[in-house]
Design a protein around this ligand. Structure first.
Ligand SMILES: *Cc1c(COP(=O)(O)O)cnc(C)c1O
Length: 412
């Protein structure tokens, strides 16, 4: 077993060797510009791009309902999901602003959605940020209650990147479709891991990115529904009119080919892989919670990403844990800003207390996580949590049965 161990698959993933192999010819041998219409170099690149669109469309259920053919044209390539989120939200807002100026999203979205919505607010749009319950779940009833006749877009993620909670997209989609409001879904974390189907779920726009699913960094896509309803967008990048005029710029052909290979692997193997990873995650959770007291699960116990285990170890600082287990790459529930350590806004929105948020660790399991690694990680964490707690006077008091919330601390 090699150290350090990677257990941060929500942040990014290694590229699958099969993906690298598929990409290689497109760097030198088949290096053409997909927009070159006048020669074979261009045609070869264009063919690869069009095949790739179809493969990616297939993974998310973007198929023509009449012919059953993958609707490749609904896939607009971008530099990643940040750009796809920006294009979806700003593009819809700008195009439909005469129709309405209201957008609904949630408090636990990725910053690519939240900061884009904040930008819209500065430009005069109204944005409703929905609360979530203690499991990080958005309620379709809350979405329904927030809709007004000025609402043009609802944006809800498929699965949260910190706590793994999987949202009721199908129910939200049924609602938005019945009201004639567009639904955007940042589907990055859930793609290939939990069910996602843009037709079955009535999703009109979906953001995805290759590097969270064993493809390369710097390539992603926005799915844009082409019929029933046909979604219109104002482009955010001007230039040569690539991607149906929605995203100008020479296409990253090797990246696109790699993205499609990653999508194909997910389509064929994702289900079995998720079952294996879920079993591994549950084994890790059981081991940690049976050997340690006061360990709390953040997020939904069942409706969560198979590879996500977000735990709070009471009386242990997350940052101290990360230092103590530095042979293991994980993330904590605190975001290190310049001066202060702020608890994650996702955990805060779920009502997790400041202390529990600061003591949270996100374990992200993935394609190459082994049982041997999990054993090592579990034993290491158990050992370090015990050691860190031994040094904590609060843990001593807690063990003596003192209710810490009732203690009157001397002023200092
Ligand atoms: C990683 C991530 C993004 C950003 O994707 P990039 O391709 O890195 O820009 C957006 N949304 C979610 C939920 C993510 O996890």
């Amino acid at each position: 077993m090699k150290l350090p161990i990677y257990m941060d698959y929500h942040a990014t993933t290694p590229v699958d060797p099969r993906v690298i192999e598929a990409m290689l010819p497109y760097f030198n041998e088949k290096f053409g510009n997909a927009a070159s219409r006048s020669h074979a170099f261009g045609w070869t690149a264009e063919e690869a791009v069009e095949r790739s669109r179809e493969e990616i469309a297939k993974l998310i259920g973007a198929v023509d309902e009449k012919s059953g053919q993958a609707d490749g044209k609904s896939i607009i390539f971008t530099s990643g999901a940040t750009e796809a989120d920006n294009l979806a939200i700003k593009g819809v807002a700008e195009f439909y602003k005469e129709k309405g100026n209201h957008v609904i999203t949630t408090k636990i979205e990725h910053k690519a959605v939240l900061d884009t919505c904040k930008r819209l607010e500065k430009e005069g749009f109204q944005v409703t940020y929905l609360d979530v319950d203690k499991f990080g779940m958005v309620s379709p009833e809350h979405v329904a209650a927030a809709l007004t006749d000025k609402t043009i877009l609802v944006s809800v993620m498929l699965a949260n990147n910190e706590v793994g909670t999987v949202q009721p997209i199908a129910e939200i989609g049924k609602l938005t479709r019945s009201k004639g409001v567009l639904l955007h879904c940042d589907a990055v974390q859930g793609i290939g891991k939990v069910p996602f189907d843009v037709n079955a779920m009535n999703v009109d726009l979906a953001s995805i990115t290759a590097h969270k699913m064993y493809g390369p960094k710097g390539i992603g896509a926005l799915y844009v529904r082409r019929s029933k309803p046909r979604v219109r967008l104002t482009s955010q990048m001007d230039g040569g009119g690539h991607e149906r005029g929605l995203r100008s710029g020479t296409l990253n052909v090797p990246g696109i080919v790699g993205f499609a290979k990653a999508a194909e692997i997910m389509r064929l193997e994702g289900k079995a892989e998720s079952e294996r990873i879920l079993a591994q995650r549950e084994a890790l959770r059981r081991k940690l919670t049976s050997k340690l007291d006061e360990v709390h699960l953040n997020g939904h116990p069942e409706k969560r990403l198979p590879g996500n285990l977000n735990l709070s170890f009471a009386f242990v600082e997350g940052e101290a844990m990360i230092m103590a287990i530095k042979d293991v790459a994980v993330s904590s529930g605190s975001a290190c800003t310049s001066a202060s350590l702020e608890p994650s806004y996702v955990l805060r929105a779920m009502g997790v207390g400041e202390e529990a948020a600061h003591s949270s660790i996100r374990f992200g399991l993935g394609r190459w996580t082994t049982d041997e690694e999990l054993d090592f990680v579990a034993n290491l964490v158990i050992d370090k949590v015990n050691k860190l707690r031994e040094m904590s006077p609060l843990w001593e008091m807690h063990k003596e049965g003192i209710d810490l919330s009732q203690v009157q601390w001397a002023a200092h």
